[in-house]
Design a protein around this ligand. Structure first.
Ligand SMILES: *Cc1c(COP(=O)(O)O)cnc(C)c1O
Length: 373
C-alpha cells in the first residue's frame, strides 16, 4: 500500500489500469476495430482524466470526448495527443484556442452558425455536428440539417469533420433506439446524396456498443464500459471478459465495545441490541457515501458483511463488527470491491443508494486519493 495513504487519511479509490486496458481492447474487438472515442468527461467519471486518458492513448484510443474546453485543455496539458471532442458548450472566444489545440467542438444548435462567423482565423476549426434524433438535450433537428450543412459549406476555415447523435435509452428501450438510428440514417443518406457526409460518424455510447451493432458507424463513444461497469445493471449483464476497474477502500481507525442499549452517532437512531463491537471508519457523506445508507448500507471487513450503524456523518461512520475475528485499527474496509470470498459491486452499492454507478463515481470527493495499479 502507498505510503502517502498510510500517512494520511486512509481512504482511497483503487483504479486498476490493467482492467481498463483490457476493457478498451474488448470494446475495440466488439466494434470490429472501428475508432473508439473514449468519453473521459467529468475527470474520467471521477477517476482522474489525465491518468486514464494517458493509459487509453497508450493502448490505442483513437480520440477522447469531454464536456468542456477546460477539460479538453487539461488533457492537452497532460500531453494527450489524440483528437479531443468537446461534447458541450464552447464560448466563441475559445474557438481559436480550440483550433490551435486540435480540439474539436460540437455544433449543437443552428444559431451557432451566426457565432461561427466570429471565427476569422487561418487555422482551420474542426467541428462535429450533433443531430437530435430523440434525446432532446443538444443537437439540430432533422429539419434543420439542410440549412446548417449548406451554411457550413460556405465557411473557408471551418472543417466539418464529424456528425453524431446520442441515444436516450440504448440501455433500456430497443424500439426507441432503433427509431433514433433510423432518424440518424435519414440524415446520413441526405448528406451522402450530396457528397457532404463528414468523415467521422458516431453514435454509440456504452449501452449501444453492447446492444446495437447497427449504431457503430465509423466510431463509437463509450464511457462507463471502459471501467467494466454496466450502463444498466437490471437490463444489461456484462460478459465476464469485462473487468470492474474501481474499488473504494478505507481502514478502521477505532474499535470499541459498547454494552447493550448504547446509542451510536448523531440523533441516537441506532441502539445496540446486545454488547457490540463497533468500529469507526474515516469515510462519510462528504466523501460520497449517501447519508440515506445510514442504518441500511454495509461494507466488507475480513471478507464479511458489516452493517453501517447510526447515521453517517460528514467524514466518518460506524460499522458493526460484533463477532468478527481479530478486529483492530488498520483493518481494511471495502466499500466497493472484493475482499476474501465476498464482493460489493458498484452496481450493488448504487442500487442500495437509489442511484446509478455514474453518480457514485462522479461524486467521489477530490480528497479521496486515487491509487493506480
Ligand atoms: C456521457 C456520454 C457518452 C458516454 O456514455 P456511457 O453511457 O458512459 O457510455 C457518450 N456520448 C455522449 C454525448 C455523452 O454525453
Amino acid at each position: 500500500m502507498d505510503n502517502e495513504i498510510e500517512m494520511n487519511r486512509p481512504t482511497w479509490v483503487e483504479v486498476d489500469l490493467q482492467s481498463i486496458r483490457n476493457n478498451f481492447l474488448k470494446i475495440k474487438e466488439k466494434v470490429f476495430f472501428r475508432d473508439v472515442i473514449c468519453v473521459v468527461k467529468a475527470d474520467a467519471y471521477g477517476l482522474g482524466a489525465s491518468k486514464i486518458a494517458a493509459t487509453l492513448e497508450e493502448v490505442g484510443a483513437d480520440g477522447f470526448a469531454v464536456a468542456s474546453m477546460e477539460e479538453a485543455l487539461t488533457l492537452r496539458e497532460s500531453q494527450i495527443k489524440k483528437p479531443i471532442l468537446v461534447l458541450g458548450y464552447v464560448d466563441t472566444r475559445n474557438l481559436h484556442l480550440a483550433s490551435l489545440n486540435e480540439i474539436r467542438i460540437t455544433l449543437f444548435d443552428k444559431d451557432f452558425i451566426k457565432r461561427l462567423k466570429e471565427y476569422r482565423n487561418e487555422t482551420p476549426l474542426k467541428i462535429h455536428v450533433k443531430i437530435d434524433t430523440g434525446m432532446h438535450r443538444l443537437g439540430i433537428s432533422l429539419e434543420e440539417v439542410p440549412f446548417v450543412f449548406e451554411e457550413l459549406s460556405k465557411f473557408k476555415s471551418v472543417i466539418v469533420e464529424g456528425v453524431y447523435t446520442h441515444f436516450a435509452s440504448a440501455d433500456s428501450d430497443p424500439d426507441y433506439t432503433r427509431f433514433q438510428i433510423s432518424q440518424f440514417n435519414r440524415v446520413l443518406e441526405y448528406l451522402k446524396e450530396r457528397n457532404a457526409c463528414p468523415k467521422v460518424v458516431h453514435a454509440a455510447n456504452s449501452a449501444a456498443v453492447l446492444n446495437f451493432e447497427k449504431a457503430y458507424y465509423t466510431a463509437v463513444r463509450p464511457g462507463i464500459l471502459l471501467y467494466g461497469i454496466t450502463p444498466n445493471h437490471q437490463k444489461i449483464q456484462l460478459e465476464s471478459d469485462f473487468k470492474e476497474a474501481v474499488s473504494i477502500k478505507t481502514r478502521i481507525v477505532k474499535v470499541s465495545y459498547y454494552k447493550k442499549g448504547e446509542r451510536i452517532s448523531y440523533g441516537g437512531t441506532y441502539q445496540t441490541e446486545k454488547e457490540s463491537l463497533i468500529a469507526t471508519v474515516p469515510i462519510g457523506y462528504a466523501d460520497f457515501i449517501p447519508r440515506n445508507l445510514s442504518n441500511k448500507g454495509y461494507v466488507l471487513v475480513k471478507g464479511l458483511k458489516a452493517p453501517i450503524v447510526g447515521v453517517i456523518t460528514m467524514d466518518m461512520m460506524m460499522i458493526d463488527v460484533t463477532g468478527f475475528p481479530y478486529i483492530h485499527p488498520g483493518n481494511e474496509v471495502v466499500i466497493v470491491g472484493s475482499q476474501g470470498e465476498n464482493k460489493i459491486t458498484m452496481e450493488e452499492f448504487a442500487t442500495l443508494s437509489n442511484t446509478i454507478p455514474y453518480e457514485i463515481l462522479t461524486r467521489l470527493n477530490k480528497r479521496i486519493k486515487r491509487i493506480y495499479k
